[in-house]
Design a protein around this ligand. Structure first.
Ligand code: PGA
Length: 249
């Protein structure tokens, strides 16, 4: 048995080349449609992507003024100006290098009433006409956004308890102190993500290889949320050789 049309896989010799490819795809999408709606991700993986996108913004004179962005997730209890917030991460790595309109930058607010905030975000995505291109990373446990492995997955934007593994990998944002990393987050749900018209997952390094192999060849399972990407018709996986190293030849 095999999938008729699984994710398209592109493999580069190194992580920077992979990030450059995704930056080019985003720049092209913006030039093709100045009103594009991007879904964005944080983490170590997209740092090189946003650096390249900032460079292309200058060299290609990219005009972001009509574009809209929605980020995947934010920590509960962490305000937008907090140095550990994903909002600050995005400001630093991408937003300040562009002419994005502040009113078109959409973010989950970690200090808002969680349930109302999740509903507000879903309404905002719908009002923007949905996500054209969602950028994703993948956790070493197979999470996307903060959709952690669980017996069941939430479909819509929701409040989530973070696994210890995920909190550890975010400790750098909080001065390396695990006890300062929030225990909960707000995250787009699986259906929110899968409703994006196209998805690009960027991954590098050996620690992601097993999850990437399962994403492509394994059964769809809530134990590895990224396997749900098999159900979407327009997914690109952009990998370096280390992240692709567990794939069957
Ligand atoms: P990373 O995180 O890019 O820091 O590895 C990816 C993720 O958890 O989605």
């Amino acid at each position: 048995m095999s999938t008729i049309r699984g994710p398209r896989v592109t493999i580069y010799p190194d992580a920077h080349a992979a990030a450059r490819d995704v930056a080019r795809r985003m720049a092209n999408a913006l030039q093709d449609n100045p009103a594009v709606v991007f879904g964005l991700a944080t983490g170590r993986t997209p740092v090189a992507l946003y650096a390249e996108l900032a460079r292309l913004t200058t060299t290609r004179h990219l005009d972001w003024s009509g574009a809209t962005t929605f980020n995947l997730d934010e920590f509960v209890g962490v305000g937008p100006d907090d140095p550990g917030s994903y909002r600050r991460f995005m400001q630093e790595h991408l937003f300040r290098h562009t002419n994005l309109e502040p009113g078109r930058i959409n973010f989950l607010v970690g200090t808002a009433d969680p349930d109302e905030e999740c509903r507000r975000y879903e309404r905002a995505i719908a009002q923007a006409g949905g996500l054209d291109m969602q950028i994703l990373g993948i956790g070493t446990n197979g999470h996307i956004g903060f959709n952690e492995p669980a017996p069941g997955l939430e479909s819509r934007t929701h409040r989530v308890k973070l696994t210890i593994e995920t909190r550890r990998s975010n400790a750098d944002l909080f001065g390396g102190k695990l006890d300062r990393v929030p225990t909960e987050a707000l995250s787009m749900g699986m259906a929110t993500i899968l409703q994006a018209r196209s998805l690009i997952l960027l991954a590098h390094g050996k620690s992601k290889a097993q999850c990437i192999a399962e994403l492509i060849n394994g059964p769809v399972t809530t134990a590895l949320p990224a396997t749900f990407l098999q159900l979407h018709p327009h997914v690109d996986l952009i990998l370096d050789t280390a992240a692709a190293s567990a794939l069957r030849a």
